[in-house]
Ligand binder design. Structure first.
Ligand SMILES: [Zn+2]
Length: 262
């Protein structure tokens, strides 16, 4: 009897969720609505699953950091004929790793590495390499970024020079980095990016104004690693390793403000 009741409950939940998804899809397909979807290092197959499920929705696709996986993803974008913005931090592209991700993957607590923001870059990277020594090269090379930037479906965006949090440092230092990245990306791509994404989605209205003044639109995308603390924060972000149903649920629930990648 109990077993039957549980089956009944599961069926009811499945219907409820299917209904919620149908309603969310209908909202997303309404005229004038654009659904932002934020990716980081999702594999091509994961991206294909999401895009197939969201067929017919006007999507704004962004990919943060320029992970190696993007070369496979590009073929998927071609299949669906969809454009995407890829946010690049050229300093990290040259190093081949995003320093904070390697620390998080090694399980180094935030409290330990947050004070490193105050250190000169060479010292910071030395500490990082010591604490997370098994870092593999996981980012596109500068050469690959150059090639991808010329693809008709891709626009490269500015993601600062070093991918350090913009809210942990003096504004002048952050803006110097934004300008340095912009100069390098303009050389690599042959055009100056018009979009900017804050590392970790951490920005301020003051920085927003400065980014606008530089001819760019600021965006708030979020870090790609899921921890107990961050899950649920960036609801329009696709997490690698989660099921398609989980990711779709997140993306559709978020259904955020039109035209924003927050
Ligand atoms: Zn990033």
């Amino acid at each position: 009897m109990t077993f039957r009741r549980e089956i009944g409950w599961c069926v009811a939940q499945a219907y409820r969720l299917a209904g919620a998804r149908r309603r969310a899809m209908a909202r997303c397909r309404a005229p004038g609505v654009r659904l932002p979807v934020v990716f980081h290092d999702s594999a091509a197959e994961e991206v294909r699953g999401i895009l197939a499920a969201l067929r017919g929705v006007d999507l704004v696709l962004t990919f943060d950091d320029g992970w190696l996986e993007f070369e496979g993803v590009l073929k998927v974008l071609e299949e669906f004929d969809l454009r995407a913005t890829v946010f690049i931090a050229p300093g990290e592209t040259e190093r081949g790793v995003v320093w904070t991700n390697s620390l998080m993957e090694a399980g180094v607590p935030d409290a330990e590495w947050h004070p490193w923001y105050a250190l000169p870059a060479a010292e910071r990277y030395a500490l990082c390499d010591k604490r997370a020594p098994c870092v593999r090269r996981r980012l596109l090379t500068a050469e690959a970024v150059r090639a991808i930037s010329r693809h008709p479906l891709v626009r490269i965006g500015n993601h600062t020079w070093s991918h350090l949090s913009c809210t942990h440092r003096p504004v002048d230092e952050v803006l110097d980095e934004v300008d340095r990245a912009q100069k390098t990306l303009a050389e690599w791509c042959g055009y100056a990016p018009t979009d900017f994404a804050y590392p970790f989605g951490r920005g301020t209205p003051e920085l927003d104004a400065e980014i606008h003044r530089r001819g760019m639109t600021p965006h708030y995308t979020r870090q790609g690693l899921v921890t107990e603390a961050t899950i649920g924060e960036a609801r329009n972000m696709v997490y690698p390793g989660m099921t398609l149903a989980e990711n779709l649920g997140r993306v559709l629930q978020a259904w955020p403000k039109v035209g924003e990648t927050r």
